[in-house]
Design a protein around this ligand. Sequence first.
Ligand code: CUA
Length: 336
Amino acid sequence: MSAASGRCRGGRLWPLAVAVLAAACSDDSPSALDPKGPNAERIAGVWWLMFGLATAVYVVVAGLIIAAAMRGRRTGEGEGRPSRITDSGFIWVGGVIAPVVILGGLAVVTVSTTNDLRRVEPGALRIEVTGHQWWWEVRYPDDDVVTANEIHIPAGRSVEIGLRTKDVIHSFWVPELAGKVDQIPGQHNVIRLKADEPGTYRGFCAEFCGLQHAKMQFLVIADTPADFTRWITRRQRPSGTPPTEEAALGQVVFNRNTCGACHTVRGTDARGTKGPDLSDFGDRETIGAVSLDNNRKNLAEWIKDPQESKPGNLMPPSHLAPDELEALLDYLESLR
Ligand code: CUA
């Protein structure tokens, strides 16, 4: 490659680098340095301590390099002003004592923070989250509620989330609320988090898990305690008969196309567990684990061919007549 083509390629890469940096700072990418709960706050505190110490070390070392450069090289014995610190003293202080003090202090802070984050809080809400390629199964074992990709929690209350995986290694990460914890085959890990205020917090799979790893996201929706109780109570009721004739026809389409072999709708014959539970689908904000906004147009596109927007996922394309598709959309939107 010639130098000219190297320059040209470098020139083309600049806008890309700027775009990547801009995306990293956009509102769409929640930051661990903007904590919205006590667990994330502790972690951010450790981050700032590390950043502060690293900056201090950098400034001191850079200062010494500049001072040495300005002082110039000693050319012979006995030249220049005699130094108060001997060479070996300098190595002991700068190369041994200072690193041991700094790294030892950081180790104490890190271990004690990790310990605090593992502490079980009495009265915490228990949730079990299982990672699948590429979506999240969410269970509330004490309330007998199952949902997917959107985790409702009560704001201000500690939550203890048990983490498992159905297939490969995934990693559960809500940057604004807590650190990352891996979901490892055959292992049950736990993460604890709390949201101070009601709001929606975006979560990610933080371990590469295949083709659609980037589209394996989820939402943590912190409700007020009263709203959360209402949400849980509504989830415990069976879905009941469809509210309109169209929706009822949609349920027939749903059953005839054996959607229930992979999906569950609480209180009906649909009891599949290969795909996300759809009992409260009409209430969800997104489709395909935060791949698309949940609206009628996106849902129609998704049902026609889920491979179009999320290639590799398990759901096959459907071949429905237009009126069947409309009825099915009515049915799915009625599930609340
Ligand atoms: Cu699951 Cu990455």
